[in-house]
Design a binder for this molecule. Structure first.
Ligand code: ACM
Length: 262
């Protein structure tokens, strides 16, 4: 499967314009699965909860429909982050996995970061894996990486690749992904944005540098830190399903969970 990491530079609140930019990036490279950042078309830094209400979208909103139409037209999967207004009236920091066959799988961020805790409802979906075109795809969002249990849970559920939609502001994740990929023997796609947002006197700088790491710890993609683009690589489930590292060790079968939570 050909996987594309789409690294963009959204402007806060300019949803249509940001989707135009994402669509242009997506159309500039051919892949089976396109992975976009967290809060991919809204911008990230919120002033307050009322502002979040003005940018949140339902799964069948006109903004998300632009991606579902694109998915159908290109016959490709698209995964992107967005602030989700749910049927229960709560707003989650979510990602959605859209397939051209009509799949609409939503993940709600489990580990909220910093001021997200003031504005978003904590995710209630847990971590799930979806099989599509022979590949098992797990969903996670940004700060989830800080908790090794997130990617471990997805790996234990059989993920070949973890689609990790991000708006990273700390410098560590792209390095830590190396360890997460080899300890779980999964592909990890951390897809980040670039640029800065300065709102209400607080400045956030996003670290770009999206990465795709293989189950053997190879950096198949290392995107630039300061420019947008689409970065494409092939993944192979033969590698993510082979958990043995020598004739006697299998990193999943050798686990001894009885001793881990005492
Ligand atoms: C983050 O979770 N957006 C840092």
């Amino acid at each position: 499967m050909k996987v594309a990491l789409v690294q963009n530079h959204p402007i806060f609140g300019m949803k249509e314009k940001n989707i135009d930019e994402l669509e242009k990036l997506i159309r500039s490279g051919s892949a089976d699965l396109y992975i976009l950042p967290e809060m991919a078309y809204t911008g990230y830094q919120l002033k307050n909860a009322d502002e979040l209400k003005t940018i949140a979208d339902t799964v069948d909103s006109p903004c998300i429909s632009r991606f579902t139409k694109l998915s159908e037209e290109l016959n490709a999967g698209i995964i992107l982050g967005f602030p989700e207004l749910s049927a229960d009236g709560k707003i989650y920091n979510s990602s959605i996995f859209i397939t051209p066959e009509g799949g609409r799988h939503v993940y709600r961020k489990t580990h909220l970061f910093y001021k997200e805790k003031l504005f978003f409802a904590p995710g209630n979906t847990g971590f799930d894996v979806y099989e599509w075109r022979g590949v098992k795809i797990g969903l996670a969002i940004c700060f989830d990486w800080y908790f090794s249990e997130s990617f471990r849970t997805l790996a234990l559920k059989g993920a070949d690749i973890i689609a990790h939609c991000s708006n990273l502001v700390m410098p560590y994740c792209q390095t830590v992904d190396f360890a997460r990929a080899i300890e779980n023997r999964t592909y990890i796609a951390t897809v980040n944005r670039i640029g800065t947002e300065e709102r209400d006197g607080e400045k956030l700088t996003f670290t770009g540098g999206s990465v795709l790491v293989s189950p053997k710890g190879e950096y198949l993609i290392k995107a630039p830190v300061e420019s947008t683009g689409i970065f494409i690589s092939e993944i192979n489930t033969a590698f993510s399903r082979n958990k043995s590292i020598n004739d006697l060790n299998d990193v999943m079968n050798d686990r001894r969970p009885f001793f881990y939570f005492k």
